[in-house]
Design a binder for this molecule. Sequence first.
Ligand code: ADP
Ligand code: ZN
Length: 293
Amino acid sequence: MKLLGAIEAGGTKFVCGIGHEDGTVIDRVSFPTTTPQETMGLVTDYFSGKNVEALGVGSFGPIDPVVGSPTYGYITTTPKPHWGGYNLVGAIEEQFKVPVGFDTDVNGAALGEYTWGAAQGLDSCLYITVGTGIGAGAVVGGKLIHGLSHPEMGHILVRRHPEDQYPGFCPYHGDCLEGLAAGPAIGARWGKPAGELPADHSAWAMEAHYLAHALMNYVLILSPQKIVMGGGVMKQSQLFPLIHTKLQELLAGYVQHPALNQDIGSYIVPPQLGDNAGLTGALGLAKLALDRN
Ligand code: ADP
Ligand code: ZN
């Protein structure tokens, strides 16, 4: 079987791995994200001599994923020091003469769940991560969504919870979804890291309020056949039933489908690929690049 390389390029760490065309990961390592020179040096060392036939990169962003654009393959406007305007795909292609697939981390994860995970056999799926930030990727009609660039579904505007005084932390929009509901917002609002709040804390009903508003918009706009929710905050598994109930309340029966009415517990689910969703997604991007060539 062909060997493929996968890179999950995150703002905190880069996870690199090797796998097969069937989505199995056979090796993985991780490096802290410091400067491009240092981090990419470690990435290059890792893949040297591994003889991968294609590489897939699921990256933090914003990025330019549009093939043919002058800045294709770049990380564009990230506030992360040293990485704004960095030609990530160019750096990889310079080292390895193999096809490179490049997309957002969340589009990669959506592709992984669609190909090998919770959304296998369907035509569409949405993957949302709720972590340090919020982002979502989607497969629609078997294709990852791109357009002008890539969707930024974490920065939509949602209706404020009536008891929420927290202003929001998004440097661009203040109280967009990410500003109100990503991990750091929960920590700042309640004065304690999100992971340390008890499962019965009222923080989680408020979190479910925001996430259900977002999902309502995604369901109304994209009508995905499956919604996969990952990221550190979603480790709070009590959020799932809270989100299910709140989404049903918000939709108020307007969208009639058994997935939303009877079966919502299997419609909005955690990643089937678990903590490997990102890396397996990058493997999916490598496979796409190989198939394209
Ligand atoms: P990143 O988004 O940086 O890739 P994560 O998805 O792990 O990383 O998200 C990190 C965020 O998730 C932090 O804001 C952290 O407070 C929050 N988080 C991590 N673990 C938990 C947990 N068990 N419960 C709630 N929040 C968590
Ligand atoms: Zn924002």
